[in-house]
Each structure stands twice: as structure tokens, then as C-alpha cells.
Write a protein that binds this ligand. Structure first.
Ligand SMILES: Cc1ncc(COP(=O)(O)O)c(C=O)c1O
Length: 377
């Protein structure tokens, strides 16, 4: 049987990882400034993570959500403390798209409405409701068009106020920092005004922290720079350091009922163990602070390099925009200088390294990056 061919692949067979490096089957070492798309938070094969998962695997890998699972409770307690959302509730699921899917359902159950406000260049995943609020018509199938979505420009509060004035919107969904859209930041002021506009009109505010959350921005969630509290926060990527897990933090204003949401695999024993291990490591190694510190240093260095149009981001979520397309530059960085990076569109390199990136590794990246810059700085 062939694989359904939907991914353009680099001809590299990654077989091993350690910290901020991965290795291919030929023994080449790569610096990982991509984190497998913002997924690797505490580093590849962290010994504590491996030990905890191995032990759990020997004990119990899975049982269903029909019985008590104390690992879910432990995860909720630790996550509440780490994120500052102790008073919220946790619903566990398997991926980012599913987290947004459930957040939108919850907003719709709660308000009885179904129109959603989203933003230009947003990406929220590929399940039905999540893709319908994603600003990319190419990936929205006809079957996904089940409710009205209005895409507004980021940072334009007047446009939001006008839309919410109609009284027919159930939710506004916004990324903490737009990832796929090219590392675009909602301003802190805009987020505060958005929070107020949603409160004034009883509209549910969903902040998608699937890429920008879990310490990546240098705070636990990127929206915390603005000092706001959304009604629902969605998360996934860094949560399990590669083990599939996603979740929703849900404000106390929502009342759960049996059967309202559900999942077979979400919150299973292995997934919870991975997520608990991640939080333990993040705390003991102070990885949120590390992301803030190393990220700030990286951005400062990048801003001094020639040939770059703009450097944007927070913490270890950084976009480097060029006037010219970056395809060749990125390919050279990967094959000639052995650095994995991400992209956003044709002009932006995305850096999403593990949160444990050291200053030395960051400096190593800058040296390799200089070699591929247009003027070879
Ligand atoms: C902001 C954001 N939301 C949602 C998703 C979808 O997550 P998943 O691919 O786990 O479904 C992504 C994935 O890139 C994302 O960046």
C-alpha cells in the first residue's frame, strides 16, 4: 500500500533526537530550530520524560473515560498552577484542531448561536468547525461550510465592535500569536479591547494557544502579556512533547453536563503521563524563563543582520521576513548547514525550537544562519 501523498517531503530520514538536535539515518546531526513544528517543548528524548512514559507503559497505557483517571486530575492541578488558571476546568483531547472544534461547540452550546468572528490569515486546524474558521479557502471543503464566519483584520477593534453589535455572534476566535499567518502579533491593547467587546456583548472569547502557548512566547500563554483572561483557551503542540494530546481550559461560566463533550482517546494514561512530565520539566528547568531569555537574545541578534526585512515574535516563536522568497535559503540552511527551520508563506522563516534551547545553541544557529543570508554577512 502507498501513503496518501499529501506532504511534500525533504529527503531526510530522521531516526533519533536528543535535546535540541536530531540525527538522520546517515549519522548527520541537525540543529532543531523547528521543534517538529513547535511540538518539542522540553527537548527530544529528555531522560525524565522517557523514564516517566516507560514506567507508565509498563503499568497501563490506556483505559477509557468511563473510569477514574487520577493522572487527569494530577495534570489539571499542575496545569492550573503553571498557567495561573486554577479556577478553570480542563477538557482533554488529542490534537489542536479537536481542541478548537470542542471550544467552538462549547461556545455554540452556551450562547445558542452559530456565527463566528475570526481573523485574516488565521489557522485553527483541519476538522470541520476548526477549518471553517481558518482563513484559507483552499483547505475548506464544501462540507465544512456549516456556519457563517466573518474574517476581520487583526488589530482593528472597530471592525470587531461593528460585527459584535449585531448580537448574533457566538464566539470570537484568535491565535495568541498567529503562526501559519507569519508570526503576526495581536497588540496587547487590541486583546484588552477585544476582551471588553466580548464581555459587553456576551460573546465567547476563544484564544487559540495551540502554537503560541505552553511557554513558547516567554509566558505560559502569549495572551498573558495583555493581562486578559479568555473564556476558553485551547492548547496542544508543546503539551506532550510529541505525544498527541490537546486540551481546553474552560472558564467557570460554562456548566458541563454528561455527554456534552466526549472522546475515546483524549486524556488517556500515556498522554497524561507525557503532559505531566512536560510540566515537571518545564518547572524544574524554568523553561518559560529560558524561552523569554534566549528568544529575546535571538531576536536582538537577528535584528542586527543585514538583508532581513523584519523580525517579529515573542520568546521562542520568531518570524524572520525577507523581501525575496526564502525557499532556497531555507533549503541551503537545512542541507548545507544542517539546521531545521519552519516557514510561513513564501517570505517568512519560522523559528520554533525546543524551549530548552541554550544560549550556545542559539549562538550556533546565528553563525550558521549568517552563512545563508543573501549578502553572506
Ligand atoms: C494556531 C493553531 N491552531 C490549531 C492548529 C491545529 O493543530 P493540529 O495540527 O494538532 O490539529 C495548529 C497547527 O499548526 C495551529 O498552529
Amino acid at each position: 500500500m502507498k501513503l496518501f501523498d499529501v506532504y511534500p517531503l525533504f529527503d531526510i530520514n530522521v531516526v533519533q533526537g536528543k535535546g535540541c538536535h536530531v540525527y538522520d539515518d546517515k549519522g548527520n546531526e541537525y540543529l532543531d530550530l523547528y521543534g517538529g513544528h513547535a511540538v518539542i517543548s522540553v527537548g527530544h528524548t529528555h531522560p525524565y520524560y522517557v523514564e516517566k512514559l516507560t514506567a507508565q507503559l509498563h503499568r497501563l497505557a490506556f483505559y477509557s473515560n468511563s473510569v477514574i483517571n487520577k493522572l487527569q486530575v494530577e495534570l489539571a492541578e499542575k496545569l492550573g498552577r503553571a498557567s495561573g488558571y486554577d479556577d478553570y476546568s480542563l477538557f482533554l483531547i488529542n490534537s489542536g484542531a479537536e481542541a478548537n472544534e470542542n471550544a467552538l461547540k462549547l461556545a455554540s452550546f452556551h450562547t445558542g448561536k452559530k456565527k463566528v468572528v475570526s481573523f485574516a490569515h488565521s489557522f485553527h486546524g483541519r476538522t470541520s468547525a476548526a477549518v471553517n474558521v481558518t482563513d484559507n479557502p483552499k483547505i475548506i471543503a464544501p462540507i465544512n461550510h456549516t456556519f457563517e464566519v466573518v474574517y476581520l483584520p487583526l488589530n482593528n477593534i472597530e471592525a470587531v465592535r461593528r460585527e459584535l453589535a449585531g448580537g448574533d455572534v457566538c464566539a470570537v476566535v484568535i491565535e495568541g500569536i498567529q503562526g501559519v499567518g507569519g508570526i503576526q502579533l495581536p497588540s496587547d491593547e487590541f486583546l484588552r479591547q477585544l476582551r471588553q467587546a466580548c464581555t459587553d456583548t456576551a460573546t465567547v472569547l476563544i484564544v487559540d494557544e495551540i502554537q503560541s502557548g505552553y511557554g513558547r512566547s516567554g509566558k505560559f500563554f502569549a495572551h498573558q502579556y495583555a493581562g486578559i483572561r479568555p473564556d476558553i483557551i485551547t492548547m496542544a503542540k508543546g503539551m506532550g512533547n510529541g505525544f498527541p494530546i490537546g486540551g481546553l481550559l474552560i472558564s467557570p461560566m460554562f456548566t458541563p453536563s454528561y455527554g456534552m463533550l466526549g472522546t475515546t482517546f483524549g486524556g488517556n494514561h500515556l498522554a497524561c503521563t507525557a503532559a505531566i512530565a512536560v510540566l515537571d520539566i518545564m518547572e524544574s528547568e524554568k523553561l518559560v524563563d529560558n524561552a523569554a531569555r534566549v528568544g529575546a537574545w535571538l531576536m536582538e541578534q537577528l535584528k542586527q543582520l543585514p538583508g532581513i526585512k523584519e523580525v517579529r515574535g515573542r520568546g521562542l516563536m520568531i518570524g524572520i521576513e525577507f523581501e525575496a522568497p526564502i525557499k532556497e535559503l531555507r533549503t541551503s540552511l537545512l542541507f548545507d548547514y544542517k539546521v531545521f527551520t519552519g516557514v510561513a508563506g513564501a517570505h517568512v522563516i519560522r523559528l520554533l525550537p525546543p524551549l530548552c534551547l541554550s544560549m550556545e545553541e542559539a549562538a550556533d544557529f546565528i553563525e550558521r544562519f549568517k552563512k545563508v543570508l543573501p549578502s553572506n554577512a
